[in-house]
Design a protein around this ligand. Structure first.
Ligand code: ZN
Length: 138
């Protein structure tokens, strides 16, 4: 699903802050670990605040799970992860390195993808005891 914030509508309703939750299918191509994929949709629990200058602050947490081969012992495993979202969107035309939005609607997908990439682990390791770890310690 598309996660968006309709800033014009929120302003019209004088609803300048709120919570937003949703799920989206993440692209397995974001993962840089062999034989690992997302095992379920990513869940986003977000809070947004529309400031007086129409910039929109978005904070929250992403919950996701990866499944695939343990990077050490190759056993199939599934692990849960969390990532944090902390982004600011400004209306198009503003000068900044922040995210832009157009036509009064914030499309959260780019910031969610960025937060996801930051939260992705470098490898997937099965729950202890990972057999490979035990071997290494002996
Ligand atoms: Zn393992």
């Amino acid at each position: 699903m598309m996660m968006t914030i309709d800033v014009r509508k929120c302003n019209a309703q004088k609803k300048y802050a709120g919570d937003l939750t949703g799920e989206f299918e993440a692209d397995d191509a974001l993962i840089d670990i062999p034989y690992v994929r997302f095992s379920s949709p990513v869940r986003a629990e977000l809070h947004y605040e529309i400031l007086e200058d129409d910039s929109v602050e978005v904070t929250g947490t992403l919950f996701f799970a990866l499944e695939g081969a343990c990077s050490r012992c190759l056993a199939q495993t599934e692990q849960k992860f969390e990532g944090s979202v902390d982004a600011c969107f400004v209306p198009q035309g503003g000068e900044s390195e922040e995210y832009r939005y157009r036509n009064g609607v914030v499309d959260l997908q780019s910031c969610l993808n960025d937060a996801l990439i930051l939260a992705l682990p470098g490898r997937l390791v099965c729950e202890p005891p990972c057999v490979a770890l035990e071997w290494n310690e002996k």
